[in-house]
Design a protein around this ligand. Structure first.
Ligand SMILES: [Zn+2]
Length: 410
């Protein structure tokens, strides 16, 4: 028994020794009010002086992670620009340690946690998907739509009922950015809810009787696995690019690719890749989605509580802008009705900044899906990506209500 404990202890030490640590890093809030401030932040990030957690916007709180030395260097520069730096999180590593401790305790206390209670690893998520597909053969069909660089399956689960009715079709994806854990968990919540509630009738039955839901729960499996094993703050996929690793998949899509708001530097967090659609994950989505008659497309990120319409690449109004906003409002109102959390609706480039190569621009520009949206799940502020496990049910339940209302509006 003692030997077994010792082996577990050594394994735990080895696993944690290989994890990237952020000791002494803190999270600051700064408020850029001028174009020059935005450029200052983008420049600091491109030189890896800081890491920006949320979406940069003028007159909004931008969350900047940096170490104590950089804090001492940059605070006077922020102050001289009247960007009002305030501390949101004093020690980011403590946040990661707490999260890891919670997941470890949940994993070993003998009670198998469900997808709505804890953040699954890629392996746990994969076996759960297989179990659900086996348990609900008349409602769910699981398939792999491609393999990643590290040879993981990119799963897609199709949910629909044999109702004999003509079906509308929605394509959902989650987890395109690795560190945004609440996104795949919300996907899991939706899958779980639709499958387990169908038999009772109600909304789950109404939706699956009239829709095909094509759900990619983790579009970036390698990156997601890496956030569990090595670096909680990883965003890109894991394909090597010479000196650095990874492409920002949400800058790699092939509509107006590399036309602003992405980086050509392979070491940048927003590296757009060597060419449009160069990445396996983007190609998997392209191969699956092309040629099918989609009613709508939704991609889920975190965080900020935004419901973005096109375009990302341009500040021009997208076609049918009023219609797009009205449709989004139906979903956002329903979300707000559950816990009071409000989403801001509009074109991402107009509300924030230009960013090209996003999946929702590609689904609109190339596939022609008019109702293509990008959602940024909660929260709006601290603790950003590292939300407590209780947030899975909270975000999941309101998102489910929002999706039901949104889909019923078609
Ligand atoms: Zn994201």
């Amino acid at each position: 028994m003692q030997l077994r404990c010792f082996v577990f202890f050594i394994a735990f030490v080895l696993i944690n020794a290989s994890k990237k640590r952020y000791d002494g890093n803190l999270l600051l809030s700064v408020i850029p009010s001028e174009e020059e401030h935005l450029e200052f932040l983008f420049d600091l990030e491109s030189r890896s002086e800081i890491s920006i957690w949320n979406e940069i916007r003028r007159n909004g709180s931008v969350h900047v992670m940096l170490d104590k030395i950089k804090q001492a260097q940059l605070t006077p520069l922020f102050q001289s620009r009247h960007m009002e730096p305030t501390v949101l999180i004093n020690d980011v590593q403590t946040l990661f340690d707490d999260e890891e401790r919670t997941l470890r305790v949940q994993a070993r206390d003998g009670f198998p946690r469900s997808i709505v209670d804890t953040f699954y690893t890629y392996e746990q998520y994969s076996s759960w998907l297989n179990q659900m597909a086996a348990a609900y053969p008349n409602l769910a069909q699981l398939m792999s739509i491609g393999k990643t660089y590290e040879n993981r399956n990119i799963w897609l689960i199709k949910l629909t009922a044999n109702s004999g009715k003509p079906k509308k079709t929605i394509l959902f994806d989650f987890g395109i950015h690795a560190r945004e854990w609440i996104s795949p968990s919300t996907g899991g919540y939706l899958i779980n809810e639709f499958l387990t509630k169908y038999a009772a009738g109600g909304d789950a039955k109404t939706i699956l009787d009239n829709w095909e839901l094509h759900i990619i729960p983790i579009l970036n499996p390698d990156g997601y696995a890496y956030t569990h094993s090595r670096d909680r703050m990883w965003r890109k996929n894991r394909k090597p690019n010479g000196v650095c690793t990874g492409v920002d998949l949400n800058r790699n899509f092939g509509y107006k690719w590399n036309t602003g708001g992405s980086s050509g530097d392979p070491c940048s967090d927003t590296y757009h890749g060597g060419s449009a659609m160069s990445e396996n994950e983007a190609k998997a989505l392209e191969n699956y989605a092309t040629g099918k008659p989609w009613t709508t497309y939704l991609t889920f990120h975190s965080y900020g509580q935004w419901w973005f319409t096109n375009w990302g690449y341009s500040k021009e109004d997208p076609p049918s802008y009023q219609l797009l906003k009205q449709k989004a409002q139906i979903g956002a109102n329903a979300i707000q009705s559950v816990h009071g959390r409000k989403y801001t609706i509009g074109s991402s480039s107009q509300l924030l900044y230009v960013a090209s190569g996003g999946s929702e621009d590609w689904t609109r520009g190339v596939l022609g899906i008019i109702y293509s949206y990008c959602l940024e799940l909660p929260p709006t502020g601290s603790p950003g990506f590292v939300v407590p496990t209780s947030e899975i049910k909270k975000t999941g339940s309101e998102t489910y209500t929002g999706m039901v209302a949104y889909l019923k509006s078609f």
